[in-house]
Design a protein around this ligand. Structure first.
Ligand code: CUA
Length: 369
């Protein structure tokens, strides 16, 4: 037996249409506001690469849609809550008007979100393809995450380049990222690009720098005590000639560096400490060491121990590795790094320290009494 549909006819009164008009106007204002918003005028956020402007467009499309949906949903929610509120004259157990099987309503609330999601899908897949898949010819380089810095490898340069990632203006870049220890995340806000750096996995980003300048790299995955230090390195986008000069500098500097993991015998070879300059060492110390070492007494720990008097403290005649404190044993730790109770100290290669740098550092540490 067919059930007769006896839904009461609900008439939408004038109040409903007034509210609808107000919400339409508010949504339009929000959409126009988002569309006109120049994200790229925020100092940290220039659109420094292709496809940053497409990513901004996608972001605006999402933000404008979300703003309109938010205004409409909350607007009607408030309107209906007030309009159909429980009134003093209603019976205590009164039930509101029940509406079901409204084909027209169901058709539209299915079609509109579906079309929206399909458009959003097409929009994002096109950008995703460009960033992740589309092959490009140009510079291919690697970024490797470490606790707590990034290394970069460039074609034709032995070993690694540290501190700054340089890119030539207008040349397509393929950037392969990975990690040597824990999971980091390589975020370049000015490029609107981010890749998780996962040990054993290579995540690739493709883009073309379009604006010269210096831009931040920020690690956005908590990766240990000095996670917050991983926003000190920068990307330098510069004209091709300047980039070439920089790259040639590293080719020369790293001419004798090995691409292989340092062997045990090389690691054990003592560093020649003659000619160390304390003032140069002091400068290096402030750049490379102060993140983990205070200039106070041994007990003043940051990550590693305080280093004032590391070579002249009768109460600590031995270093953390158990060796007696001498310039040579200090140099050995700076060269090879150290793992112990206090954590991990990167080796000289990771800190981008040459033997001369180590000699300077030891000369400086020797002056701290
Ligand atoms: Cu690396 Cu957080």
């Amino acid at each position: 037996m067919a059930v007769e549909n006896k839904d009461p006819v609900v008439h939408l009164d004038r109040g409903f249409w007034v509210v609808t008009a107000i919400l339409a106007v508010l949504s339009a204002i929000a959409i126009v506001g988002v569309v006109l918003w120049r994200v790229q005028d925020i100092p940290q956020l220039p659109e420094a690469v292709i496809p940053a402007n497409q990513i901004d467009a996608l972001f605006k499309f999402l933000t404008a849609s979300a703003a309109a949906i938010f205004i409409i949903v909350i607007g009607y929610l408030v309107y209906f809550a007030v309009k159909f509120r429980h009134r003093a004259t209603d019976a205590p157990d009164a039930v509101g008007v029940q509406i079901h099987d409204n084909r027209k309503l169901e058709f539209w609330w299915t079609v509109i979100p579906s079309v929206f999601i399909i458009l959003l899908g097409i929009f994002s897949i096109r950008i995703w393809y460009e960033v992740q898949i589309q092959p490009n010819s140009g510079l291919v380089l690697e970024a490797i995450g470490h606790q707590w810095y990034y290394d970069f490898r460039y074609p034709g340069v032995h070993g690694v380049v540290t501190n700054e990632m340089h890119l030539p203006l207008g040349v397509p870049v393929t950037l392969h990222t990975t990690s040597q220890d824990v999971i980091h995340s390589f975020w370049m806000p000015a490029m609107r690009l981010k890749a998780d750096m996962v040990p054993g996995l290579i995540n690739t980003l493709r883009f073309t720098p379009t604006k010269a300048g210096r831009y931040k790299i920020i690690c956005t995955e908590f990766c240990g005590t000095l996670h917050s230090e991983m926003q000190k390195q920068v990307i330098v986008i510069e004209p091709q000639a300047q980039f070439n000069a920089w790259l040639n500098g590293w080719k020369k500097k790293n001419a004798h560096a090995s691409d292989a993991v340092p062997s045990a015998s090389a690691a054990n070879a003592p560093v020649n400490l003659s000619g160390g300059v304390a003032s140069s060492g002091q400068q290096l110390f402030s750049q490379k060491c102060t993140a983990c070492h205070a200039l106070g007494p041994f007990s003043q720990r940051v990550v590693g121990p305080g280093l004032r008097g590391v070579l002249h403290d009768p109460s600590h005649p031995k270093l953390v590795d158990g060796d007696p404190a001498t310039p040579d044993t200090v140099a050995k730790i700076v060269k090879n790094g150290f793992d112990g109770d206090m954590g991990h100290m990167p080796n000289a290669q990771q800190n981008a320290l040459t033997d001369k740098d180590i000699a300077d550092l030891v000369a400086y540490l020797n002056t701290l009494k």
